[in-house]
Design a binder for this molecule. Structure first.
Ligand code: AMP
Length: 283
């Protein structure tokens, strides 16, 4: 069932709660692919009812980012969801979520702001305010859908860590279920933004997973020094890759590591054909 208004969703949720059914929420920005599908399947398997939200959230885009050209494919998204056994696809308009006038600055909207220590690094460094937008919209979705479980991909590991922190700090009564990264056979992590890449660009984009897998292999062979592990990346990079960051951080609190251990995540972001791509691997 495709619903566009908060009131319609609330009505359904009320009935489900009355019946004592468990509810799973999968928040997305649409252009659904097999990565999203894996989250959806987990929710359908675990919960009595599943809600997938499809909302390209304007307040998590920075000026100059791809808000206007972000792929919007609601018909195909709805078909994928129906096929997978989703009960509600919630696709609100920006006006439905943020009200008349689309006044989105924090002078006029109550924001949920995650701690600076978590947002001043990795993607938050170049995407200032991005995680404020994410936490705010996810909080709104939590309040609208009141799920027992919410499913997020490890593809966006910094986002996952920040949302877990938000749920803990604000005592939000639900459990976050982290889901593994789904990749193409080539190793490329699935992403709605891969659509911006040419065939050659997709080939160049394999550099992310190659660097990460190689680091993991070196780590498994006994190299734990982060400087030494980082240096193994350079042989994969060429003039088609603009590296933004390659960092080793703690899985729980994003603290920087000098010596890698089993609680370390390696984060990478780089641009190929001016498309910003991210990936990560747990050591
Ligand atoms: P998005 O539509 O990009 O906001 O993503 C919605 C959710 O799907 C987020 O929790 C993402 O982490 C997750 N996701 C996106 N791509 C993948 C992937 N390749 N594997 C696993 N989860 C993913």
């Amino acid at each position: 069932m495709l619903l566009h208004t908060i009131a319609e969703v609330r009505e359904q949720i009320k009935n489900w709660k009355k019946e004592g059914l468990t509810i799973g929420l999968v928040p997305t920005m649409g252009a659904l692919h097999n990565g999203h599908k894996s989250l959806i399947e987990k929710s359908v398997a675990k919960c009595d009812r599943t809600v997938v939200s499809v909302f390209v959230n304007p307040i998590q885009f920075c000026p100059g980012e791809d808000l206007d050209k972000y792929p919007r494919t609601i018909e195909a998204d709805e078909a994928l969801c129906t096929e997978a056994g989703v009960d509600i696809v919630f696709a609100p308009s920006p006006k439905e979520m943020y009200g008349e006038g689309h006044i989105l600055s924090n002078d006029f909207l109550t924001y949920v702001i995650p701690p600076y220590f978590y947002t001043d690094k990795l993607c938050g460094k170049s995407r200032v305010g991005h995680f404020d937008g994410v936490c705010t919209v996810v909080n709104k979705l939590f309040n609208i859908v009141q799920p027992d479980f919410a499913f997020f991909g490890k593809k966006d590991m910094q986002q996952l860590i920040i949302l877990k922190k938000m749920v803990k700090d604000l005592n939000i009564p639900l459990e976050i279920i982290p889901c593994p990264i789904v990749r193409e056979e080539s190793g490329l992590a699935l992403s709605s933004r891969n659509k911006y890449l040419s065939e050659k660009g997709k080939e160049e984009a394999l550099v992310l997973s190659r660097i990460l897998l190689n680091i993991k292999m070196c780590y498994n062979k006994g190299i734990k020094d982060v400087k030494a592990l980082s240096e193994t990346a350079y042989k994969f990079l060429n003039e088609n890759h603009a590296l933004e960051y390659l960092e080793f951080r703690d899985k729980d609190n994003l603290e920087e590591k000098e010596i890698a251990d089993s609680n370390t995540v390696v984060f990478i972001a780089l641009r190929v054909e001016n498309v910003r791509l991210i990936d990560n691997i747990e050591l």
